[in-house]
Design a protein around this ligand. Structure first.
Ligand code: GUN
Length: 290
């Protein structure tokens, strides 16, 4: 079997077109333009690129973006003060604090200061808690997990009863992805750095989500023939032939896995574009609710 390549760029493009149309319709009806505040602390190069892409996409879709950039040594108090001001700002419907933050800052405490109704990242403890309860309805679902589910459902709309293996347990991707798939009635196993027999567990998966940040970790022999493989990795692999000095690789051995899987996401052009599209969708949703 040669795998279907799940074209996240194209799927995200269609979604963004719909979001842009909805925003135009709102403005014709005299309704407020959605507003997204982004917060970037320090000089982490990937974070700078992600924020630039998010702001550019806001502009493309007609969302107001309010960009706040702070030096590495910024204090917790200054950031908490900003978040409280953004909570009160009627032009700001969504707040996104780019992670990771420098180690001297208390990330959990800062995220907890965001108004959960403006938490378009779905990472406030209330939203994270509601996601973990099947009867709960979070205000927002985290963007990358929402994008992952969307991509899976383009291949298999009903994942009920399927075995899903999620490799990685981060607060922003692995854990909420596992919870989201569980809410959709998949049987979910979460693997992490202490997991034993990772290849054996992976081979059980009808769906495998790799979100560890280790280039080419997941091998073809770990994948059940016919599985859906979602690669969340964005790893910088040194490459002197590339003008940037690196190229981006995923967490899976894409070329080998595509010979046996049912479907696989490429890196780049798979999950990455969906994360941004879902952020735009969440920001529009936040504006609609107010
Ligand atoms: N860093 C990497 N991915 C994300 C994301 O989806 N949201 C935030 N806030 N930070 C990130």
């Amino acid at each position: 079997m040669t795998a279907q390549i799940i074209d996240g760029k194209q799927i995200a493009g269609t979604l963004k077109d719909k979001i842009a149309a909805a925003i135009t319709e709102r403005s014709h009806a005299g309704l407020p333009v959605p507003g997204l505040a982004t917060v970037l602390v320090g000089n982490d190069p990937p974070s700078q690129i992600y924020i630039k892409n998010k702001i550019r996409t806001c502009q493309e879709l007609g969302i107001h973006s309010f960009s706040h950039t702070f030096p590495e040594e910024t204090t917790q108090a200054a950031l908490e003060e900003l978040v409280l001001a953004l909570n009160d700002d009627p032009l700001v419907h969504g707040i996104l604090i780019q992670l990771p933050l420098p180690p001297h800052l208390d990330t959990f405490r800062l995220l907890s200061r965001i108004n959960p109704q403006k938490d378009v990242d779905g990472i406030h403890p209330i939203n994270a808690g509601l996601l973990s309860r099947k009867e709960g309805t979070p205000w927002f679902i985290p963007c990358t997990p929402a994008g992952i589910l969307y991509l899976i459902q383009t291949v298999t709309p009903d994942i009920s009863g399927l075995e899903a293996v999620v490799i990685g347990r981060s607060a922003i991707v692995g854990m909420p992805t596992a919870q989201l798939l569980c809410r959709h009635d998949a049987t979910v196993t979460i693997c992490h750095s202490k997991t034993r027999q990772l290849p054996d567990i992976c081979r059980r998966g009808d769906i495998v989500v790799a979100a560890v940040g280790k280039s080419h970790l997941v091998k073809a022999a770990w994948i059940k023939p016919g599985a859906i493989v979602i690669d969340v990795g964005i790893n910088r692999t040194p490459d002197l032939a590339d003008p940037r000095g690196y190229h981006i690789t995923g967490d899976t051995d894409f070329e080998a896995i595509r010979q046996t899987a049912k479907a696989i996401t490429p890196v780049p052009g798979g999950v990455g574009p969906m994360t941004i599209a879902m952020l735009m969708q969440n920001t529009l949703t936040a504006a609609i609710r107010i």
